[in-house]
Write a protein that binds this ligand. Structure first.
Ligand code: FES
Length: 57
């Protein structure tokens, strides 16, 4: 499922990036994947996915 339509970023991609790089902030996540860089509508959901995945590591 696409989370960020502007940049075609899926939830799967976000989870993979979180597992690999373990970003501690949303800004750090954006260093690895271009999510939330345009309209910003996806930021809340993307952040939730990041936090959910971090808890499972
Ligand atoms: Fe992610 Fe627009 S949907 S920046």
């Amino acid at each position: 499922m696409y989370v960020c339509l502007c940049n075609s970023v899926s939830d799967k991609t976000i989870r993979q990036v979180v597992r690999r790089y373990q970003p501690q902030t949303f800004q750090q996540l954006r260093n690895f994947v271009p999510v939330g860089t345009q309209c910003g509508k996806c930021v809340r959901v993307a952040r939730q996915i990041m936090e959910d995945e971090l808890q499972q590591i």
